[in-house]
Structure formats: structure tokens, C-alpha cells
Design a binder for this molecule. Structure first.
Ligand SMILES: [Zn+2]
Length: 104
């Protein structure tokens, strides 16, 4: 492994962590783990993995966790395209709903 290697996003959706980030992960793919965790989403209809990302479960975010947009060690953007698109859909839906409620 190349120690100077930064995080990479395979196909824009699957996190390949740098060494310090991979060393900071709690037990692999454990949904209940605290601290820095590695997560994956799988489409239950097709059993296809849709994205892999890092979350932090700590303090106020201990239960739900927060998705890391950037690696705290190498600074690379590690937000999967899939999650970005879902977030953009949610924001545009909220804006639409807000503008509709203002019109009434
Ligand atoms: Zn990194």
C-alpha cells in the first residue's frame, strides 16, 4: 500500500480510504458501531451495492451518524455521487414545497 495515497472514490460512489482513514474505522460494516465507520448501501431489489462511504457516530450524532463529505486526514472529497444526487433531489423537493406553500 502506498502511504502517501489519498482517498479515492471508485466509479464516483465507492470509498477507497487512505491509510489513516481506514485505520480509524470501527469494526467493519457494523451498523451500531460508534466513532468513525465505513458504510455501504445496497439496493434490496437488485442486491447491487450502490455506494460506500464514511460516517461519524459521536456526540449528538451517535445514533444516526453523519456522512463525511471530506476525509479529515487527506482532505479529499469522499461524498458518493449517489448520496449527492439524493440530497439534491431532497433539497429541490423541499424548495418546491416551500414555494408552493408561499403561493397559497
Ligand atoms: Zn483520506
Amino acid at each position: 500500500m502506498d502511504k502517501g495515497r489519498k482517498c479515492r472514490m471508485e466509479k464516483g460512489n465507492f470509498l477507497e480510504p487512505c491509510i489513516p482513514l481506514s485505520q480509524s474505522f470501527a469494526a467493519a460494516l457494523n451498523v451500531k458501531a460508534k466513532g468513525m465507520c465505513r458504510n455501504e448501501l445496497t439496493n434490496v431489489k437488485t442486491f447491487e451495492r450502490t455506494c460506500g462511504f464514511a460516517t461519524l457516530r459521536s456526540g449528538d450524532f451517535e445514533k444516526e451518524g453523519v456522512v463525511l463529505a471530506f476525509c479529515p486526514f487527506c482532505g479529499k472529497n469522499i461524498m458518493p455521487k449517489h448520496l449527492k444526487q439524493e440530497e439534491e433531489k431532497k433539497i429541490s423537493q423541499e424548495r418546491k414545497e416551500r414555494s408552493e406553500s408561499i403561493e397559497i
